[in-house]
Design a protein around this ligand. Sequence first.
Ligand code: NDP
Length: 436
Amino acid sequence: LHRDPHEGEFIQAVQEVVHSLDPVLSKIPQFVHVLERLVEPERVVIFRVPWVDDKGEAHVNRGFRVQFNQALGPYKGGLRFHPCVNLSVMKFLAFEQTLKNSLSSLNVGGAKGGSDFNPKGKSENEIMRFCQSFMEELYRHIGPNQDTPSGDIGVGPREIGYLFGQYRRLTSQYETVLSGKGVPWGGFNLRPEATGFGLVYYAKEVLADLDKDLRGLRCVVSGAGKVAMHALEKLIAFSAIPVTISDSRGYLYDGEGFDYGKLALLRDIKLHNKSLRDYTKSYTKAKYYDDSKPWSVKCDIAFPCATQNELNHVDAMALVNAGCQIVFEGANMPCTTEAMEIFRKSKILVGPCKAANVGGVAVAGYEVVQNNSRIQWTPEEVDMKLQEIMKDIYHKSIKAANDYGFSKGNPQALVHGANIAGFLRVAQAMLEQGCV
Ligand code: NDP
C-alpha cells in the first residue's frame, strides 16, 4: 500500500479487510505472504477511448480494466461508466470483487473496469459509439476463460448490448464473455433484479436469526438505480415500509411508504431522466429535498444502494439518532471508515456489501452455465437459487466469524465473517498454486 498512498478508496477497502484478518494471520502465519500478494492486482490495463459526438466533435476518455485475481477462475466483475472512475476506485472495486466472488463459492476471480465517461445527457448514438470504442481495446483482454465483465453504475442491458455487439464483430465469436445481456439473446432471467432482490433476501435471513421479520419495518433506501429499485420492489413484497429513495440530485420521502403503484411511477420518472420531485405532484404528502441525503429519516433499517462513501460519520450519527438498528450495504463500500466506527460504538449491526450485494454476480455466474448448455432457466428457478445463495452466504459468514472469535452478538460479526470467509478460500487457492 506504501506504493500508492494517494489511492484513498483502495487503501480504505484493504484496511478494513486486514483489520478483520488479525486472528486469521495469527493462527495461520503463511497467509501473511499470501495477503501481501493478494493486495497487488495481477494486471491493470489503462487505455484511451476516443469517440465522436453527434456534432462531429472528438472526445477522449480513459478506460480501465483491473484484473485483480484469477486464482479461483476467470476474472469477473462489472464495468462502470461514471465521472468518479479512476484507478483507486477501480482497484478498490476489483479487490472487493475478488473477496466477494470467493465468498459466493463460484469459480470466478475478481476484476473491475470502466471509464470516466459520463453517460448522462448523451444521445443513444453517442453511447453506442462510446461503447464500441471502449470495446475496440477491451476485447484484447477478455474472453470466456480469461475475463467476463458485467454491468455496474452507468452500465445496464443497453450498454452491455452495444459492448457485446462490438465484441462479436471484432472476434467473429458468439461467446459467453459478457453477462447482463438481454434475455432473448442469452441473458439470464432475473439478472437485473438479482442484486437488489438478493440484498433483501440476505436482510431477511439476518432478521430471521434475530427472531425478526421485515414486515412493518421502516426502511430508508438511497439510490434510484438498478440495485435500489429492485431492493424497493422486494421490500414491498415482504410488507416492509420503504420510505425514501434518492439520486445524485436529492432525496424523496413518502412517510406512508412506497407500494407497487408508486414504484411504477418512480421507475417512469427515472426512465425519463426527470427529477424525483415530480413524484410529489401525484402524492402531495410526500416531500422532496434537494441536495440532501435521507439518513436523518426515522427508520428501523437503512439500505445504502447508491455509491461508495455515500454515508459519512455525520450521516451515521443521524441514522443512530433516527432509531436505525441495522445497515445493509447494497452499494459497494457505501460507509466511510468513520461511519463504520460510529456504527460499531452504537452497536448498529452492519450487513456488509461483500455478502449482501453478492446476488448479481452469483446469478451472473450461472448465466455462463446457461449459455454453455443453451437451456434457459425460468425466473422461478433463478429466484429459488438466489435465495439459497444468500442464505448460504449469511451462514458461511457467521460461521467464519464464530471460528475466529467474533461472537454472533458482535455488531461487526457479519463484516469480519464475510472478510474472513472470502479471504480463506482465495488465499488457500493462491497458496496451492505457488508464488505466481
Ligand atoms: P445505477 O447506475 O443503476 O444507479 C446508481 C444510483 O446511485 C443512481 O440513482 C445515481 O443517481 C445514484 N448515485 C450515483 N452516485 C451518487 C452520488 N455520488 N450521490 C448520490 N447518489 C448517487 O447503479 P447500480 O444500482 O447498478 O449500482 C449501485 C451500487 O451498487 C454501486 O456501488 C455498485 O457498485 C453496486 N453494485 C451493483 C451491482 C449491480 O448488479 N448493478 C452489483 C453489486 C454492487 P442518478 O440517478 O442521479 O444518476
